[in-house]
Design a protein around this ligand. Structure first.
Ligand code: HSE
Length: 341
């Protein structure tokens, strides 16, 4: 399967590392031979039809820029590149932008128009235009996968699909941002101040390229929007979410909650026609009161009660596993449909 990778930040690089490590297993378990034919970052993209090795891309990236990789065609503009060469899957690991969804929005659209299946871990384009993108993909028989946009490595969308199979999910509630959860836990348990805790979350690769998206609750708002569309069938975008971030949560508030058996957490909610994100005090025994960069999501169903999934919601390697999961599922679907993949 020929892969075009756009975005070489923490997640894009982790994806390449994972491809290098798991190559043998992907072939033996799924018959999935991945060939990365294109890799791009802000500086442009490089293409080689016979495939680029993950190591040569990562080495060049470390040593001054991907244009140093020999025997490749260089494109200054990713959209021109996607128009020019053939690939089976586009992997979009560009940073989330919720102002206009770019560059993800144009890149995904271009890939769909070229009939490439799409795996995205970027949240902006989906949070703004999910119904339109899904419809566009379905009209062109393109698979649009985005399991890494919510929950990092934790398969929350697949879990939700299972919960909905013979039942109906009525409401969703969850901790969907690793960075803010890490900050709140560090304030709670180690008395770190907000800035110190955020710096640690950035160093560990949890935070967005623009960490204000995390802190202001906007990353969480994108994720609950994606869940609300996918699981509750709402036609919502991120502007429909009432959002309050954690920037005004004080050390005193966190401590006060702690001494009364509570934990302050940034909680997202979708249901009863509304979507919101705000800091709330949870009972420490509530399964949603997870610690550090963990995520937790509760699906309230009509017949079978509530189901909770918890797992690592942020981190390069964790999110890269979601990309591989989506590519694997594309391979399975295309093979079942009798198409070459
Ligand atoms: N910045 C995000 C978080 C990354 O902290 O959860 C995963 O989407």
């Amino acid at each position: 399967m020929r892969v075009a990778l756009v975005g070489l930040g923490v997640v894009g690089r982790s994806f390449l590392e994972l491809v290098a490590k798991n190559r043998g297993e992907l072939v033996s378990r799924y018959g999935l031979g991945l060939r990365v034919v294109f890799a791009a970052d802000r500086s442009g993209g490089i293409y080689r039809a016979s495939g680029l090795s993950p190591d040569e891309i990562l080495d060049a990236k470390r040593e001054g820029g991907i244009s140093r990789v020999a025997n490749t065609r260089f494109y200054a503009n990713v959209l021109d590149a996607l128009q020019d060469f053939e690939a089976d899957v586009l992997v979009d690991a560009t940073p989330t932008n919720i102002v206009d969804g770019e560059p993800s929005y144009s890149i995904i659209r271009r890939a769909i128009l070229r009939e490439m299946d799409v795996v995205t871990v970027s949240k902006g384009a989906l949070a703004l235009y999910m119904p339109a993108l899904k419809e566009m993909a379905s009209r062109r028989n393109v698979l649009l996968k985005f399991s890494g946009t919510v929950g990092g490595g934790m398969p929350v969308l697949a879990f939700a699909r299972e919960c909905s199979r013979a039942d109906r999910v009525e409401a969703i509630e969850g901790i969907l941002n690793g960075t803010t959860n890490y900050i709140l836990t560090k304030m709670e348990e180690e008395g770190l101040d907000f800035r110190q805790a955020l710096a640690e979350a950035q160093r560990l690769g949890y935070a967005e390229a623009d960490p204000s998206l995390d802190v202001k609750g906007l990353d969480t708002a994108c994720k609950i929007t994606i869940l609300a569309n996918e699981v509750l069938g709402m036609k919502a975008n991120v502007h429909d979410v009432k959002v309050t971030g954690i920037e005004n949560v004080s050390a005193e508030e966190v401590n006060r909650a702690r001494y009364s058996g509570k934990a302050v957490r940034l909680v997202a909610f979708a249901g009863d026609g509304k979507i919101e994100v705000r800091p709330r005090e949870l009972d420490v025994r509530d399964p949603l009161a997870v610690k550090m960069a963990m995520n937790a999501v509760r699906f309230k169903t009509t017949f079978s009660g509530s189901h909770v999934i918890t797992g690592k919601g942020a981190g390069g390697t964790e999110t890269a596993t979601a990309i591989i999961r989506d590519i694997t599922s594309i391979k399975i679907k295309r093979t079942e449909a009798g198409e070459n993949a």
